[in-house]
Ligand binder design. Structure first.
Ligand code: UD1
Length: 424
């Protein structure tokens, strides 16, 4: 077990480079199951979740090579099993992404029910409804789900909610189905466009990704290809908040500004001055102060994955800010930890009411999930004294070298080993 010890260090300054997007690379790695060909992925972040997905793909017969620090070669000449056991899947919900490709490629996929961040019930019913519409027979047993189909047949699928994972899983399954599949009320996230670009380079015929209607004309076979993963918009936003919460001035590099419009808008509302380049954003937060309200929504709305980090900032803004969380039903676990640091936050149903305080005070806190962990690190940058963030394995799932990058901007964060306490 490791934890971060964060000492308050004043405003952060400098430049920081964002890595490839976790939520783009994971489904793309799963999509390599659709071909026997050689795939080369560039701008792959070195994350715990990527290593977990590598384990999953290796389990199915995949061979990996590191070409360079962030370039990976993957080839799955033959899928050797259609089953993913619990010990593989429980580490990460995104391992469920293999279901669509496996079903399409081998006609059967038996997957243990997924684990991942504890942010609500997170069912997979929309994924399964999609597979069933494509002609698969779904069986749910003790802790596993099986989908079986001799041949998938294209269909029109309306998603009750624009689920990112369901859109991606159905999209991948449909690439090898017979005829046309239409996904209506599809998720529109940039990561969906990245997956669609990858699939099309493999020879698939996917149109409309990035809109609410995606059309996939099934093809016989897909081939290997080369692809560069898009930059991580949540890592980008996290560094923008690091500038804001310390009233610093940071240039964030390797970003796609159009992917983070709501974060830009909310930071400007808080009083930050932003300089937006082609693939850079400078955040000058010397005059930040105004409270803001926000509502999380599917893309292009404010991302739920930035809610906790923005809440950390709100704790020290002037006046009262309100967050309305509409995407996940239980994504306020960071609140009790922020309160331990001296924040004044009240929960009312799906809303959090954050009254700005004069300052936070460091103490021991626990990361309960990935983004909650990032929020606590950000709060620790602004808190007086020492903040100890425990359970940082959650943070390592989605941020590469977070403490190293923040330290290069002037932060004072140490990663230390914690002796495990055993209670009799
Ligand atoms: C993805 C992201 C995650 C992000 C989330 C929302 C990856 C690897 N993870 O997760 O970081 O927080 O999008 O932007 O890309 N739902 C159902 N039934 C389903 C599927 C989802 O009811 O079958 C509900 C969920 O419980 C949740 C909402 O839909 O309330 C959004 O979930 P979804 O968009 O599917 O998120 P994920 O794909 O799991």
């Amino acid at each position: 077990m490791e934890k971060f010890i964060i000492k308050n260090n004043g405003p952060l300054f400098g430049r920081v480079r964002v890595n490839g997007a976790k939520n783009a690379v994971l489904p793309i790695m799963a999509a390599t199951l659709l071909t026997e060909g050689e795939c080369y992925l560039e701008n792959v972040p070195n994350l715990k979740d990527v290593r977990a997905m590598k384990e999953v793909i290796t389990h199915f017969g995949g061979v990996f090579k590191d070409i360079s620090v962030d370039e990976k070669y993957i080839q799955i000449s033959k899928i050797i099993t259609s089953e993913a056991p619990y010990d593989l899947v429980q580490k990460m919900r995104a391992s469920f992404f293999v279901m669509g490709p496996l079903l399409a490629k081998t006609g059967v996929a038996k997957i243990s029910l997924p684990g991942g961040c504890a942010i609500g019930a997170r069912p997979v019913d929309l994924h399964l409804k999609g597979f069933a519409a494509l002609g698969a027979t779904i069986t749910q047993g003790q802790g596993f789900i099986e989908a079986r189909a001799e041949k998938l047949i294209g269909a029109t699928i309306y998603l009750d909610f624009p689920s990112v994972g369901a859109t991606e899983n159905i999209m991948m399954a449909a690439t090898l189905a017979e005829g046309e599949t239409i996904i209506e009320n599809a998720a529109e996230e940039p990561e969906i466009i990245d997956l669609s670009n990858f699939l099309n380079k493999m020879g698939a015929n996917v149109r409309g990704a990035g809109t609410d209607t995606i059309r996939i004309e099934g093809v016989e076979k897909l081939k290997g290809t080369r692809h560069e993963i898009i930059p991580d918009r949540i890592e980008t936003g996290t560094f923008m908040i690091a500038a804001a919460i310390t009233k610093g001035n940071i240039m964030v590099e390797n970003v796609v500004p159009t992917h983070i419009k709501p974060i830009i808008a909310k930071l400007i509302e808080c009083g930050a001055k932003l300089e937006i380049g082609e693939d850079t954003i400078r955040v000058d937060a010397s005059d930040i102060g105004n409270s803001v309200d926000l509502t999380t929504l599917p893309y292009p709305g404010f991302p739920t994955d930035m809610q906790a980090q923005f809440m950390a900032l709100m704790t020290i803004l002037d006046g009262t800010s309100v967050i309305n969380e509409t995407v996940f039903e239980n994504r306020f676990m960071h609140i009790s930890e922020l309160v331990r640091l001296g924040a004044d936050i009240r929960i009312e149903g799906h809303s959090a009411i954050v009254s700005g305080v004069n300052g936070l005070e460091g103490t021991e806190v626990v990361a309960t999930d990935l983004r909650a962990g990032a929020a606590l690190v950000l709060a620790g940058l602004a808190a007086k004294g020492e903040t100890h963030v425990n359970s940082i394995f959650h943070i390592d799932r989605g941020y590469e070298d977070l403490e190293i990058k923040l330290n290069s901007l002037g932060a004072n964060i140490k990663r230390v080993e914690v002796a495990e306490i055993i209670h009799d």
